[in-house]
Ligand binder design. Structure first.
Ligand SMILES: Cc1cc2nc3c(=O)[nH]c(=O)nc-3n(C[C@H](O)[C@H](O)[C@H](O)COP(=O)(O)OP(=O)(O)OC[C@H]3O[C@@H](n4cnc5c(N)ncnc54)[C@H](O)[C@@H]3O)c2cc1C
Ligand SMILES: NC(=O)c1ccc[n+]([C@@H]2O[C@H](COP(=O)([O-])OP(=O)(O)OC[C@H]3O[C@@H](n4cnc5c(N)ncnc54)[C@H](OP(=O)(O)O)[C@@H]3O)[C@@H](O)[C@H]2O)c1
Ligand SMILES: *[C@@H]1O[C@H](CO)[C@@H](O)[C@H](O)[C@H]1NC(C)=O
Ligand SMILES: *[C@@H]1O[C@H](CO)[C@@H](O)[C@H](O)[C@H]1NC(C)=O
Length: 449
């Protein structure tokens, strides 16, 4: 069943002669490969490297990763706060996490998970999958591990694309900086590391335990406790289910339409929180409950601390601009960002985003003018608002992701994603909406073409 997918994807590698012919839209004709810096060796960075390295005649890729291994957020650690080098812990994995998408949907289109695994796998198996992907495509050797990028700066030149000055250091000796120049930078630093914690009155007076899902690892400390999970997306629902197995009572609090899922018998659904006291929480329906702990499952913030001011990247209300198709910086098309979108099937989407970013670099995709791209961004945003989406949902995809993936595939002139992925994604969505506590026990299968 996967053989078919693998074969079709191969056609996205155009013959060298084709790419060389139109090599010049961003870079003057030259014999040297385009040097690309990839920041991060999570799924996004590995995918970028996999496609860069497949075309050594055109590209030369170097990947910078602060951790000692590949995998990004899938590298589980018991630690919270800072790691052994004093850097903030990157991963938000918890000990018993299983995927919320089946492996048949999660996989990169050119690299299936192992057949013998169930559909919903543990985080260790995703990490193994990413390591296998990295090894299979000979990416691992090209990664500078334990190397943190501190600064990325465009060195403008008059009539060609800027060079990028990338400054980095070894995590063991953070004062010794090194600098290298690149033709392009692909940013793949992830965006599920910096907690977004709402400012709720009285929180400073609350004496119980307060934590964000980023720092949640296991349920043991919540035995027989009364706990509130605020936020009912993936983290809120999943942690609520796990806590319900040990806690006395779990309140799942959120401001959305009422949940349709069955809930464990010791779970109560509540509206959002308006206030805390020393030992209780007050929900927006004025209901007050004594609680021991609150877990903020309220999401994460985008952050690109290494981009200099001169990169002109703005983050306002969780909207990152100016990124054409959530991907290409309109002022600097040699600066791209993999994985900005939320509520998506990440790995397949990274695949298409990477192929588009590389098509821009190799010249095979001609971009509209900067002005037209900026207008396209604004049009997309206004369209979202007109459909009733909140301003902070500028990069939320959900049902929009399939047309977006197809659009990217067409831009990169590569095969579109198998339609079955969308169908299975929607099926699983329905299962989860019906019973969040049991859907991960199911298996799905891709049908042979
Ligand atoms: C708790 C949780 C559960 C999830 N579950 C699923 C799931 O079930 N299925 C699914 O498909 N997706 C899931 N996701 C989404 C997940 O984020 C994506 O699958 C994917 O792993 C994101 O990859 P990434 O490369 O964008 O980011 P990351 O995996 O975060 O990788 C970014 C990498 O960049 C490195 N880095 C950052 N800054 C620097 C720097 N300055 N210098 C050097 N290196 C740097 C980091 O160390 C890290 O290795 C989950 C996410 C979370 C947080
Ligand atoms: N494999 C798994 O089972 C699993 C488990 C956990 C996480 N994940 C993944 O991890 C990523 C992050 O998920 P996430 O759930 O942590 O973040 P998220 O998807 O951003 O969800 C955060 C939720 O918190 C809500 N929220 C924020 N502030 C609030 C407030 N003051 N009051 C009430 N609600 C508030 C948000 O509501 P608004 O929508 O209104 O902003 C949103 O619903 C996703 O990719 C997810 O799929 C997967
Ligand atoms: C799903 O598949 C796994 C591994 O193949 C198997 O162990 C498990 O029993 C299956 N689950 C169901 C509900 O069939
Ligand atoms: C990886 O490198 C090995 C050894 O050089 C080579 O045989 C193999 O074909 C490479 N794999 C890929 C996918 O390019």
């Amino acid at each position: 069943m996967f053989r078919k997918i693998c074969l079709t994807v191969l056609t996205c590698f155009r013959p060298a002669e084709f790419t060389q012919r139109r090599f010049h839209s961003l870079f003057l004709p030259r014999n040297m490969p385009i040097r690309v810096a990839v920041i991060g060796a999570g799924a996004g960075g590995l995918c970028a490297m996999r496609h860069l390295l497949a075309r050594p005649d055109v590209f030369d890729g170097v990947c910078f990763e602060q951790c000692p291994i590949v995998g990004g957020t899938w590298v589980y650690t018991d630690r919270v706060g800072t790691d052994e080098y004093g850097l903030p812990v990157h991963s938000s994995m918890y000990k018993n996490l299983r995927t919320n998408l089946p492996k048949e949907v999660m996989a990169f289109p050119d690299f299936p998970f192992k057949d013998n695994l169930p559909s919903f796998v543990f985080h260790q198996e995703v990490l193994q999958y990413l390591q296998d992907y990295s090894d299979h495509f000979n990416v691992t050797d090209k990664i500078k591990f334990q190397t943190r990028v501190d600064s990325v700066r465009p060195l403008k030149s008059n009539n060609s694309e800027p060079k990028w000055e990338v400054q980095y250091c070894n995590v063991f000796s953070q004062t010794k900086k090194q600098t290298e120049l690149f033709d392009a930078v692909i940013v793949c630093n992830g965006h599920y590391s910096i907690p977004l914690v709402p400012d709720i009155p009285g929180l400073d007076k609350f004496k119980g335990r307060v934590l964000h899902s980023h720092d949640y690892r296991e349920p043991d400390a919540f035995k027989q406790k009364r706990v509130v999970c605020l936020g009912a997306q993936s983290s809120g629902m999943d942690i609520m289910v796990e806590l319900s197995t040990v806690a006395q009572t779990v309140f799942i609090s959120h401001n959305k339409a009422p949940l349709t899922s069955k809930l464990p018998s010791n779970v109560e659904q509540k509206p959002g929180i308006v206030r805390f006291t020393e030992d209780s929480v007050i929900f927006s329906n004025e209901d007050e409950q004594k609680i021991d702990s609150v877990v903020f499952c309220t999401g994460y913030k985008y952050t690109f601390p290494f981009l200099s001011e001169s990169c002109n990247l703005k983050i306002e209300n969780e909207r990152v601009t100016p990124l054409y198709k959530h991907l290409i910086h309109t002022e600097f098309p040699t600066l791209s960002f993999i994985g900005i979108c939320k509520v998506v099937c990440p790995f397949p989407q990274f695949h298409f985003q990477v192929l588009v970013a590389l098509s821009v670099l190799d010249g095979s995709l001609k971009l509209p003018s900067q002005n037209d791209m900026n207008q396209d961004i604004e049009k997309d945003y206004q369209h979202r608002l007109s459909q009733g989406l909140l301003p902070r949902y500028a990069h939320h995809m959900g049902p929009r992701q399939w047309a977006y993936n197809d659009e990217l595939a067409d831009m990169a002139q590569c095969p579109r994603l198998d339609q079955q992925v969308m169908e299975l994604y929607n099926t699983v969505h329905e299962w989860r909406a019906r019973d969040a506590a049991t859907y991960k026990k199911m298996n799905v299968t891709l049908e042979k073409a």
